[in-house]
Design a protein around this ligand. Structure first.
Ligand code: CDP
Ligand code: CDP
Length: 235
């Protein structure tokens, strides 16, 4: 099968990263979680007491050249680094989650992250998930999927995920947080969350993880063949 780029975009907790990880494993592709990169920049801002509202383009460039964000695969799992420090756990904290959309709205931050993301796609054979992969990072990706799910289903999933980690968070609080982040991500000026015209929608509200992985793998085979007639038929 020819190697392609699979762009997975969609709102928070629609299942992108879990699905992307499984799809990449089955196809022998690299998986890139771009949300983790914006989370790492957010953690860096917090540690250096940088206020997103005041930061200049030069400061961003300097900060990220002193402490670069990078991704490395450790035991088949993507880890995120700030400089030489593995921050994969820390970037999932509630305080990073609450601040990330504001940091991700800063054009100079996006410029730096998109540059890194595009460099990772040079060889193809990549599943990348985020908010602007099909629209901005890889507008020519062979396959674009826009994953959605009811906000309630998404909040429920996040709750289960946190409970599995031993954290208890109220359902309504999670629902509010998810809706608020989606609003910020969809209304920002630079690269807002939106479906690319040539993306296919995958509503995961009533699907199992296995079903959505199989759905993507199945379609990826057609996209790799690149026949426009076939693409019309499966859309
Ligand atoms: O996994 P979760 O849905 O909580 O979010 P994430 O994928 O880790 O992304 C965290 C945040 O990073 C999003 O809410 C966006 O503000 C930002 N993001 C972005 O702006 N562009 C991307 N390509 C990926 C994430
Ligand atoms: O990356 P994104 O924020 O879009 O979602 P995620 O971090 O993959 O979180 C989705 C959560 O929902 C994970 O715990 C999945 O196991 C779970 N889930 C799913 O992704 N798809 C389903 N059909 C059912 C549950």
């Amino acid at each position: 099968m020819k190697k392609i780029i699979i762009a997975l975009d969609g709102p928070a907790a629609s299942g992108k990263s879990t699905t992307a990880r499984l799809v990449s494993r089955q196809l022998g592709y690299i998986y890139v979680d771009t949300g983790a990169m914006y989370r790492a920049v957010t953690l860096l801002f917090q540690e250096k007491a940088v206020r997103p509202a005041d930061v200049t383009e030069n400061q961003v460039r300097l900060l990220l050249s002193e402490t670069p964000v990078s991704l490395k695969i450790v035991d088949s799992v993507q880890h995120v680094f700030l400089g030489s420090r593995d921050v994969s756990e820390e970037i999932r904290s509630a305080s990073v989650t609450a601040a990330v959309s504001e940091v991700a709205a800063i054009p100079s931050v996006r410029k730096e992250m998109v540059r890194l993301q595009q460099a990772m796609g040079k060889e193809k054979g990549l599943v990348m998930d985020g908010r602007d992969i099909g629209t901005v990072v890889f507008p020519d990706a062979e396959m674009k999927v826009f994953m959605i799910a009811d906000p309630e289903a998404r909040a429920h999933r996040r709750k289960l995920e946190l409970e599995a980690k031993g954290q208890t968070v109220d359902f309504d609080t999670l629902l509010k947080e998810i809706k608020h982040r989606d609003h910020l991500d969809s209304t920002r000026d630079d690269s807002p969350l939106r479906q690319a015209e040539d993306a296919i929608t995958l509503d995961t509200s009533h699907l199992t993880l296995d079903q959505q992985v199989a759905w993507i793998i199945n379609k990826a085979k057609f996209f790799a063949e690149g026949s426009p007639d076939r693409l019309q038929k499966i859309n």
